[in-house]
Design a protein around this ligand. Structure first.
Ligand code: GLN
Length: 483
């Protein structure tokens, strides 16, 4: 049963082949047996899951239907879940039980999804390896000595290991697409404003966006359908109708114009990944797509701009964790300043402290113009490059990452080396565009992802292209040995 996709589960439940309760029990047992190798969960919510599964079965017995009714999922542990620990991977929030559900959590629950637990993540979503979690590193099911990617590494490892069919995740600079690439999944970062951020603990508010991680594009369409939509509680949510994402999966790719940026194939890209990307281009050409070389001239400036803007916003967002209102408070504070200093010093890990310092420095009076303002100008140039490119093409295609998943610990002493791995993903966040990563082959037994980018609100197009690709390839069906 654990091999079933969300789409197959929906059919099985509708045909009464099994109940949601049976499926939920099977998956909880599988998590108990296999997760100790991976560390993909921070909290399990067995009681809630069984209660939701029984309720979903009852709703089906009463004639209700729906692709998510009775479907087991998990939430990245930065989506607030009422009465359940919401840690954000940090000691700071180890004791924090959210007083309300995030909009995404509430929407999926009302669609009948069953929450198995909260998944591990880099602390406050800062990272590309899931090694900065207070709850320990997550392992990649394709090779337990390698990282699963981050910051949504727990969601990715759990879905890749068939502990559950799909999970929620968030992407500030690549944290849905990069772990999808590293673990052979399909992951979609929606347009900024498509999915509500209400109750999603903020890292960098102008970049953060929630989205689905699953094995297939078809399943991403199902999960996104349950997550997307306007939310008056989120002032950056956009009031744009949500299309039926499953309905356009089978649109033809005849005449689809795919742009391949020449800057993507620079010296930093592993040549074996470049070769796999060229194979995926050939595959899409066979389906009728027309390939065109394009240019994104400002791409080289995106990493420095992102690593100013994201820490700047983080330093502001994380100022609320002060030992007074949320989370960790130091023992016996001598005075207010001591309370702030020690609570924050003890509650935040090294990477979070580094980013708060970088961000506060970039925003400080003397350096604002030189760093933050300059970075915002680059952000506009990056967006303009995309707008010009989308005048000529419908989709942009390239690698999701320059290298496959690295060994645990390999980049711990050099944070900049890890930042450089985000080169292909962060531009979509800077511009607010939707992006998808899908499986495209293997290098040394480790999965490789191909990334597709589209104009604003064209998530349906991305899912359509990925689905057609997946009907004609079988990379996404490969299962890691031992799982
Ligand atoms: N690796 C990037 C960072 O550390 C992106 C993380 C994310 O998307 N949450 O900022």
């Amino acid at each position: 049963m654990h091999q079933l996709t969300l789409a197959e589960i929906a059919r099985g439940l509708a045909d009464k082949k099994f109940s949601s309760e049976e499926l939920t029990k099977t998956l909880l047992a599988r998590i108990a047996q296999l997760d100790p190798q991976l560390n993909s969960f921070i909290s399990l919510t067995e009681d809630l899951a069984l209660q939701q599964a029984k309720a979903a079965d009852a709703r089906r017995a009463n004639g209700e239907s729906g692709a998510l009714l009775g479907a087991p999922i998990a939430h990245k542990d930065l989506f607030c879940t009422q009465g359940i620990r919401t840690s954000c991977g940090s000691k700071m929030l180890d004791n924090f039980k959210a007083p309300y559900d995030a909009t995404v959590v509430a929407k999926l629950a009302s669609a009948g999804a069953v929450t198995l637990g909260k998944t591990n993540m880099d602390e406050f979503a800062m990272g590309s390896a899931n090694e900065s979690s207070y709850y320990g590193a997550v392992k990649n099911p394709w090779n337990l000595e390698h990282v699963p990617g981050g910051s949504s590494g727990g969601s990715a490892a759990a879905v890749a290991a068939r502990l559950l069919p799909a999970a929620t995740a968030t992407d500030t600079g690549g944290s849905i697409r990069q772990p999808a690439a590293f673990t052979n999944l399909t992951g979609l970062k929606p347009t900024y404003g498509r999915v509500s951020r209400w109750g999603m603990i903020a890292y960098a508010s102008s970049l953060d966006q929630g989205g689905p991680l699953a094995r297939t594009a078809e399943d991403c369409a199902i999960l996104l359908q349950g997550m997307a939509g306007f939310d008056a509680n989120d002032s950056t949510s956009i009031d744009e109708p949500v299309p039926d994402y499953s309905a356009s999966l089978n649109d033809s790719l005849k005449g689809l114009r795919i742009g391949v940026p020449k800057e993507y194939f620079s010296a930093g890209l592993d040549p074996r990944i470049a070769e796999l990307i060229h194979h995926s281009i050939k595959e899409l050409e066979k389906l009728g797509a027309v390939i065109k070389e394009i240019s994104l001239p400002n791409m080289q400036h995106a990493i420095p701009a992102y690593y100013v803007i994201a820490p700047a916003e983080a330093s502001s967002n994380l100022s609320r964790f002060d030992g007074v209102r949320f989370g960790h408070r130091c023992a016996d504070p001598k005075n207010l300043e001591d309370l702030y200093k020690r609570s924050r010093g003890e509650g935040f890990g090294a990477e979070v402290q580094r980013r708060i310092m970088v961000g506060a420095y970039a925003l400080s009076a003397g350096y604002y113009d030189a760093y933050y303002l300059k970075a915002q100008k680059i952000r506009r140039l990056v967006k303009n490059d995309f707008m010009a490119a989308f005048n000529e093409v419908d989709i942009i295609l390239g690698p999701t990452t320059p290298n496959p998943a690295w060994k645990l610990g390999a980049k711990n002493s050099d944070p900049v080396a890890a930042y450089l791995e985000d080169v292909y993903t962060i531009t979509a966040n800077l511009a607010g565009l939707p992006g998808l990563s899908m499986p495209a082959g293997f290098v040394d037994g480790l999965p490789v992802g191909v990334q597709l980018l589209a104009p604003y609100f064209q998530e349906g197009r991305l899912l359509n292209v990925a689905h057609q690709y997946q009907l004609n390839t079988d990379w996404h069906t490969r299962t890691p040995t031992g799982f």
